[in-house]
Write a protein that binds this ligand. Structure first.
Ligand code: AMP
Ligand code: MG
Length: 359
């Protein structure tokens, strides 16, 4: 789906007036605004209802534009940008003074990323400067992976223009890696995993946001450090309106009994012919396919009107990332990629769901 040049021109005019333009990326749709104009940045926070402490990612055309927005473009940034940009990797570095403080939620760092999508790149090149681009949903909602998802959150075309380029390729947000203090670590898992990052840097990269056991890190565990490094990641997130739980296959029957069948919408990558439940959303069983469908599936399940969304834990997610602590020699590139994606899916599912039956 090619975006006509006249649409990019219209979007640039909006952005120059301090307006908002939702644009497609290879991860999810972003809510774009001029990153160097405080009033435009303020509009993004207001439109999303985003807490001021939750920083925004600055989107750039590449290394040169990124370098101008950070105080120190270090060796790790150089290596990772060379290998993974354009792509789903966000680098956190010391912030240059010309980037408004509000972009970083008051922090001294800034997150930069070059998206791998022709429409996003065309927009950035034509605009000629960096754009903030948080996911184009209201705060706490499921991220948008199609243009109509964005329109659901922002119905007014006068408030938010949308560049529609069809569904996003990866379907989950970028990996965020902290590079500001000489000790690289992953703050948010994504398609680029710790193995790939460690190989690119020639040193161990730690994953702080290590979830997958059903629990998002909370205060006192890794969550304390994560909260300090990346406040937004500790908020409940990516959640559908209907209560959602993550369950093993062996728990499903009890759950369906408890909700008398009719109340349950099931999201599953397994083969199932269950009857008497409110609905089923069928998922692909491969990592990339599952991730690409995840947010759309949560939205579909929400719309089915059950009292509970039951996400059946996908088989591939059973073994979350071992980071670089485990035996990495057996990992092929494809196996590492799959593991990275399942780790990211586990992270998003942990945030979208609550344990069952504890409350
Ligand atoms: P979103 O753009 O909505 O996908 O969210 C961006 C996320 O990136 C935030 O919630 C933060 O967790 C992370 N992030 C952005 N900027 C920074 C920063 N300067 N330092 C640490 N984490 C950041
Ligand atoms: Mg978001």
């Amino acid at each position: 789906m090619t975006t006509p040049e006249c649409e990019i021109d219209r979007a640039v005019q909006r952005l120059r007036r301090g307006g908002l333009v939702a644009f497609p990326t290879e991860t999810v749709y972003g809510l774009g605004a001029d990153a160097l104009t405080p009033i435009a940045v303020a509009r993004v926070f207001a439109a999303k209802g985003r807490p001021a402490h939750n920083p925004l990612i600055v989107h750039v055309t590449g290394r040169e534009m990124a370098e101008r927005r950070v105080c120190e473009w270090n060796d790790a940034a150089e290596r990772l940008a060379r290998q993974f940009w354009p792509g789903p990797l966000t680098l956190v570095l010391p912030r240059s003074p010309d980037v408004p403080e509000a972009v970083s939620g008051g922090d001294a760092s800034v997150a930069v990323r070059c998206p791998d999508h022709p429409a996003a790149l065309a927009l950035l090149f034509k605009f000629g400067g960096p754009l903030v681009g948080p996911s184009a949903n209201r705060s706490g909602e499921v991220s948008p992976t199609e243009a109509w998802h964005v329109r659901e959150s922002f119905p007014d075309e006068a408030e938010v223009m949308i560049i529609d380029a069809g569904p996003c390729q990866h379907g989950i947000e970028s990996t965020v890696v902290m590079l500001a203090d000489g000790c690289p670590r992953v703050l948010r898992p994504g398609v680029v995993g710790v193995e790939a990052l460690s190989a690119a840097l020639g040193r161990k990269v730690e994953a702080i946001a290590r979830v997958g056991d059903g629990g998002v890190p909370g205060p006192g565990r890794a969550g304390g450090r994560l909260a300090a490094l990346s406040p937004g990641l500790c908020d409940r997130h990516y959640a559908p309106r209907t209560r959602a739980v993550l369950v093993g296959s062996d728990e499903l029957d009890d759950l369906i009994d408890e909700f008398e069948g009719e109340g349950v919408v099931l999201i599953t990558a397994g083969l199932t012919d269950r009857e008497g439940i409110a609905g089923i959303v069928q998922m692909p069983f491969d990592a990339a396919g599952y991730a690409a469908r995840l947010y759309a599936a949560l939205r579909e399940a929400d719309a089915m009107g059950g009292r509970l969304i039951a996400v059946e834990r996908p088989a591939g997610m059973a073994e979350p990332s071992r980071g670089v602590d485990g035996p990495s020699s057996c990992g092929t590139k494809q196996a590492d990629l799959d593991r990275a994606i399942w780790t990211a899916v586990a992270d998003r599912l942990a945030r979208a769901t609550r344990p069952w039956p504890s409350d």
